[in-house]
Design a binder for this molecule. Structure first.
Ligand code: SF4
Length: 335
């Protein structure tokens, strides 16, 4: 059945993407490169995207790097190969630009674990606290926050707040608990978590360690405390990537989303990277939201300029303030 643009657009909210068939003989890499030039578009991709998308992106990074890239690009169109809150962040920072997301349904379990209306009631119980929110949250949550942080800059952001100022940290309880330990600040934590980082199996990681005794365990701070206890290095995706570039070990057990292994292997072709297994039958741990984006959907959204991220201007302005605060503190700290 031939699906025309009008029909695909009508079904966009239901499907999340333009469900238009793509000619299988089309060279998608060449077509996307051509669209980038013709439309002055830039593709920003998260490290958790599939390898083909990472390879065609103009910029690959973690949440902080992607926000910084979105803030300074002079492209007319930002194509965000990541999840919904990331594309929203790009729109908040660059309202005059068209921001496209290949699949609107690419959400985030962590962002969903903090509905703004519930969080507002929680925040109201602590009127003397300021709110530091991890960037993995909706625009509505950002608008209720004082400062945004990412896993790359969270420690610096917390340290920038006077010691006698109480803090609520949201939405990730594992990252929050790690930061309480790291900074010595007794923060009130919102009880949210990432479905991907929460289900790593400590038992299976330890079995891998027995089979690969020289392998170093590198983990993202969204993992549960018991997993972080056994890690040789804990850091953001960029932090983990840099660590494995500089470190002299030859093998690593990587406890974060498997998409990062593509860049690790490219940067260190002689090293071995073993994805840590989750607590189910799978051998590695993909984020189902991140992996909704495909090269075909990326091509379609660039060709037809849909789905587009739009936002109420009052909400955008309220969400912008805490992001700008984060970018200022990060720049002052040289991050
Ligand atoms: S890996 Fe976790 S935090 Fe990242 S997008 Fe997926 S669900 Fe959200």
């Amino acid at each position: 059945m031939i699906i025309d643009f009008a029909t695909a657009k009508k079904n966009l909210q239901h499907n999340g993407f333009l469900d238009i068939p793509v000619d299988p003989s089309l060279d998608l890499f060449a077509a996307i490169e051509d669209l980038k030039k013709r439309k002055n578009a830039i593709i920003l991709a998260h490290y958790y995207q599939e390898p083909d998308i990472q390879d065609i992106a103009d910029y690959i990074g973690d949440s902080l790097g992607l926000a910084q890239a979105a803030a300074k690009t002079d492209a007319d169109i930002i194509v965000f190969a990541g999840v919904h809150f990331m594309a929203e962040t790009a729109k908040i920072l660059s309202p005059q630009k068209k921001v496209l997301l290949p699949d609107l349904k690419a959400g985030c379990s962590l962002a969903d674990s903090a509905p703004p209306e519930l969080f507002k009631k929680f925040r109201d119980k602590y009127p003397d606290h300021i709110v530091i929110s991890y960037v993995n949250c909706s625009a509505g949550m950002k608008a209720l926050s004082d400062i945004i942080c990412t896993s790359s800059n969270a420690e610096k952001i917390i340290e920038s707040v006077p010691k006698d100022q109480p803090i609520i940290f949201a939405p990730d309880r594992n990252l929050g608990a790690y930061l309480v330990k790291k900074t010595g600040r007794d923060m009130v934590l919102w009880n949210g978590a990432c479905m991907v980082h929460e289900i790593f199996s400590l038992e299976k990681i330890m079995k891998l360690k027995v089979r690969h005794p020289k392998a170093k365990i590198v983990a993202h701070p969204e993992c549960e405390p018991a997993v972080l206890e056994v890690a040789d290095y804990i850091g953001s995706t960029t932090g983990i990537l840099k660590f494995t570039q500089k470190d002299d070990a030859q093998e690593y057990i990587v406890v974060t989303e498997t998409g990062i292994l593509h860049q690790m292997q490219k940067d260190n072709p002689n090293k071995t990277f073993i994805p840590a297994p989750p607590n189910n039958a799978c051998a590695c741990n993909d984020c189902p939201h991140m992996k909704l984006n495909t090269l075909e959907k990326l091509y379609l959204c660039m060709e037809y300029e849909e789905p587009e991220i739009t936002m109420d201007e009052n909400l955008r302005k309220a969400a912008l303030k805490p992001i700008e605060r984060m970018l200022e503190i990060s720049a002052a700290a040289g991050l």
